[in-house]
Design a protein around this ligand. Structure first.
Ligand SMILES: Cc1ncc(COP(=O)(O)O)c(C=O)c1O
Length: 390
């Protein structure tokens, strides 16, 4: 595995590389895309080899027999996350935005309120805004440049109409890897207020050295009756286009409701996605991931120190994910000016914090999962774009 290798991705229908012009007015010739959460690394050899086998066989029919797929998930969750999935029902969905949308559809009704701890992954807002559910933004608290949960405040915000809390663990965009006590607090809040808890753990394998991801189902088993776990390895192995994720539910009543919802929508999984995901959940996938994490940690170190050298800019310390969350409030500049410098001068695409809900307004999110030379280039461009502040 050579994470330094620069691989041309332009003109491949890439949502990361081929959308810069249309969305940001940045030419793809010299733009540096850091917005979409996918990496610029090829997936592990085990996945490439599996696809190679399928290609040479030449058949892409419907998928049957989930036993290998399910046992590979169970093996991975046990060995990497100390989670015994056991007899919980595993539903394969078209990715986790789809998984979240299905949960909203299956378990809530028109007018129900859904809590999001903001800032939060923007695509969930897109889904909820398209429904007739009500989004309730309960902001995370910034304490010493770190997000923490603030349940004494959240209790005051409750109306009694809330049905579900969507939790992001590890946290996108802030990169928090929540501690067991924090997860227990989330569980307690949901238990006390009759909320279903949807725990989106898509970034659970992307944990920086020194931190440990705690699976909600393990950290707070007292919530399992009202818990819906969302997991996948599409972020882990950079196979987002495989569109394969899992909704894992231990409460059989909830599982039955979810199963009915899937039936009414005629959903069935993608054969290639299932083969790719199964191949990744393996010792070969694990070895690749261990190396990737060291590479990402160094990318974070370089990016953060370069950004933190710009007066008024502060990259939040990421405990997980490959997303750098940068606070520009210290520059005193309005968002339009910050955007202008990043896009017109640095020619970098980012996700605007303003689309991630309350608390994100002064931030921009940068994806640093790209070869080191591009991270260095990004730092150089950013320092130039804000050079009058040096
Ligand atoms: C927290 C979180 N959940 C879900 C997703 C998207 O998942 P999928 O591609 O499986 O729909 C992302 C992608 O960036 C994410 O960051």
């Amino acid at each position: 595995m050579d994470f330094d290798e620069l691989i041309e991705r332009r003109n491949t229908h890439s949502a990361k590389w081929d959308i810069m012009e249309e969305k940001y007015n940045i030419s793809k010739e010299d733009g540096l895309p850091m917005h979409v959460a996918e990496m610029d690394f090829k997936p592990p050899k085990v996945i490439q080899e599996k696809l190679g086998d399928l290609l040479s066989h030449g058949f892409y029919g419907y998928f049957a027999d989930y036993s290998n797929y399910h046992s590979s998930i169970k093996w991975w969750m046990k060995t990497r996350h100390n989670w015994d999935v056991g007899e919980s029902k595993i539903f394969t969905v078209h990715g986790l935005v789809n998984g979240m949308a299905l949960c909203v559809d299956a378990f809530t009704s028109s007018g129900d309120e859904i809590i999001m701890l903001t800032p939060m992954y923007h695509a969930f807002f897109n889904v909820l805004n398209a429904t007739d559910r009500v989004i309730r933004e309960f902001p995370l608290k910034l304490e010493e440049d770190k997000y923490i949960l603030d349940f004494s405040e959240y209790k005051k915000l409750l109306t009694g109409k809330e049905k579900m809390l969507i939790f992001c663990s590890p946290h996108n965009p802030g990169g928090r890897v929540w501690e067991i006590e924090e997860l227990k607090e989330v569980a307690k809040f949901c238990n006390e207020n009759d909320l279903l808890l949807v725990s989106d753990e898509i970034h659970h394998d992307l944990i920086m050295p020194g931190y440990t991801h705690n699976v909600m189902a393990v950290a707070a088993p007292e919530i399992n009756d009202r818990l819906i776990m969302l997991t996948s390895n599409t972020k882990t192995f950079n196979i987002a286009g495989a569109h394969t994720g899992n909704v894992i539910i231990s409460n059989l009543d909830l599982a039955n409701v979810f199963e009915e919802k899937m039936k009414t929508l005629g959903l069935s999984p993608n054969t290639l996605g299932l083969h790719m995901a199964t191949a990744g959940y393996s010792p070969g996938g694990a070895e690749w991931l261990d190396n990737l994490l060291l590479y990402i940690a160094e990318n974070f170190r370089i990016f953060d120190s370069g950004i933190n050298n710009i007066p008024g800019c502060k990259a939040m310390h990421a405990e997980g994910t490959y997303l750098a969350w940068v606070d520009f409030s210290g520059t005193g500049m309005p968002q339009a000016e910050i955007k202008n410098r990043i896009e017109t001068i640095a020619k970098i695409t980012t996700v605007y914090g303003s689309v991630m809900g309350e608390g994100g307004e002064a931030f921009m999110r940068f994806n640093i999962a790209t070869p080191r030379s591009r991270v260095l280039e990004a730092v150089e461009r950013m320092q130039k774009a804000f050079k009058d502040l040096q």
